[in-house]
Design a protein around this ligand. Structure first.
Ligand code: SF4
Length: 501
């Protein structure tokens, strides 16, 4: 390096990349100087899933190794300790939580740039939201399709249809233990993974940190190269099958045809817009059907971006909303991921997957875990925190809107027009769980009563007043009014308390 370039480097603004900003698109140029900080205090404050801690630290350390001398990599207790060791100006892309955003904006030597890693910018979203009466996902999604010219023929969607949701709600295939789709990409661990594992073991032994869940071989990509490989395998082998069974669950097939790309994408390793264009290419090349490609693109430029922008749009107090006045604490068996204490087949299996892998796809999250929490009136903040800590792809921005808005209806309907409460009949239709369960989905009182069915009526009864004005709840509330054994259902639920079902 010449004297001149050393001087230039000294003056150059260094890009501080958080542990979820690890892809090349968080740097302005491939050779930009970078700062990476591994803060142990993050893990001391909350009990994260062991696999999540492993994934995040592995990704951060892999990025540090990749960047070599281009990055300053500091392993300290707190961010402030690390920042005290850094000279010169810093810039950072908008961090992904209100707390981190406030922190970086309080630092005088740090320039905060607009967010990266999403498709629609904050300004574009606010311009769109300004012209809407309610923030309907479908409208946002269509505006994004037009803006990014994705699956469009001029001003019209290809084939004239915007939405293939109706084709993508198939139940689980009957008498099939698995969907029969090629397996997803799997990583090989390396010495960085081993070192992370040894460090986490030591921290735990020393009593510095505590985790929930089990350790196991890494299952998700931690570098941009790995993430690209997993994307290519998904596009080639699994995208053609994605879609029809998107909302179904099979006890013997935890991946179904899902992409498993949310973890690397939320680490910032994949650019979602590039993924969407790659999926469109698969359709245009004739290697994947339109319903599958549209369903996947909807997840990327629609749902994922929508959740991100809702997080900021409704302000920092959105997370505290509790429209249904749900105040119950999470029972220990749930908080500790004690699946073995649970007899209800669906909940037992899903909780075991969370314990063992820190990941289940979106339907078990919504229709089993969150549904159970909604029915029991668990506090939205506690449920949000649980999802954030226990899922490898969970971050504050992901979980606040998903849990408060979507799953628990705690925002009173700003995001979803009705609560996602469902009884055992729904789980029975969309999965193969009920056949192997000691409970019966159609029974609401007695020893065989399905906890989801009984919990559904109990939820409606407890919230009937709050839901009265919601026209989409008219029919369920009318059903509640016709229930002859409601008192018995409620007495049974009270007697059960917080015990595992
Ligand atoms: Fe789940 Fe109820 Fe079906 Fe059992 S009967 S698997 S508890 S929905």
């Amino acid at each position: 390096m010449t004297d001149r370039s050393e001087a230039d480097s000294a003056r150059e603004t260094r890009r501080w990349c958080f542990a979820d900003q690890l892809g090349p698109h968080f740097l302005d140029r491939p050779d930009q100087l970078a700062l990476l900080i591994e803060s142990r205090a993050v893990f001391e404050r909350r009990r994260f899933h062991r696999r999540k801690a492993h994934l995040v630290l592995s990704a951060l350390r892999h990025r540090a190794a990749e960047l070599g001398g281009q990055a300053v990599f500091l392993q300290t207790r707190t961010y402030r300790e690390a920042l005290a060791q850094v000279d010169g100006p810093l810039s950072v892309c908008q961090p992904t939580s209100w707390a981190a955003d406030r922190f970086v904006r309080s630092l005088p030597s740090v320039e905060v740039l607009p967010a990266r890693g999403f498709c629609t910018t904050g300004d574009q979203f606010e311009r769109w939201a300004g012209g809407q009466r309610t923030l309907r996902l479908e409208n946002f999604y269509r505006s994004a399709r037009r803006r990014f010219d994705l699956l469009m023929d001029g001003d019209e969607p290809v084939t004239g249809r915007w939405n293939f949701d109706a084709d993508n709600r198939e139940p689980a295939p009957k008498n099939e233990p698995a969907l029969g789709v090629p397996a997803p990409w799997r990583p090989d661990e390396d010495e960085i993974d081993e070192q992370v594992r040894a460090d986490l073991d030591r921290w735990e032994r020393d009593g510095e940190v505590a985790f929930v869940g089990s350790d196991g071989p890494r299952e998700f990509a931690v570098t941009a190269t790995e993430a690209q490989q997993s994307l290519e395998v998904f596009l080639r082998d699994r995208l053609p099958h994605f879609g029809p069974h998107e909302d179904a669950m099979l006890a013997g097939d935890r991946f179904m045809a899902h992409s498993l790309l949310s973890a690397p994408m939320n680490l910032g390793l994949l650019d979602p817009l590039q993924c969407a264009y790659a999926a469109e290419d698969a359709y245009r090349d004739g290697t994947a059907p339109l319903a599958s490609v549209e369903g996947y693109i909807r997840q990327l430029i629609g749902w994922r971006d929508y959740i991100w922008h809702v997080y900021w749009h409704f302000g920092r107090n959105y997370r505290r909303r509790n429209a249904l006045q749900a105040h119950a604490a999470l029972p220990d068996w749930f908080a500790e991921l004690d699946a073995d204490a649970v007899e209800a087949h669906c909940l037992r299996d899903v909780l075991a997957q969370v314990r063992d892998h820190g990941w289940v796809h979106h339907i078990p999250r919504l229709m089993v875990l969150s549904n159970y929490a909604l029915q029991r009136g668990w506090h939205p903040s506690a449920v949000t925190d649980w999802f954030h800590r226990c899922f490898v792809d969970g971050y504050d921005w992901v979980m606040v809107a998903n849990v408060v808005g979507m799953s628990l209806h705690a925002d009173g309907g700003l995001m979803a027009t009705k609560p996602y409460a469902a009884g055992g009949a729904y789980i029975n239709r969309m999965s193969d769980y009920c056949g192997g369960c000691r409970y019966r989905p159609g029974v609401r009182v007695g020893d065989d009563a399905c906890p989801f069915t009984a919990g559904y009526w109990s939820f409606l009864s407890r919230n009937s007043e709050a839901l009265q004005g919601n026209h989409r709840m008219k029919q369920p509330l009318a059903g509640l009014g016709r229930l002859k054994d409601l008192d018995e259902v409620l007495a049974q639920q009270r007697a059960m308390g917080n015990r595992p079902p």
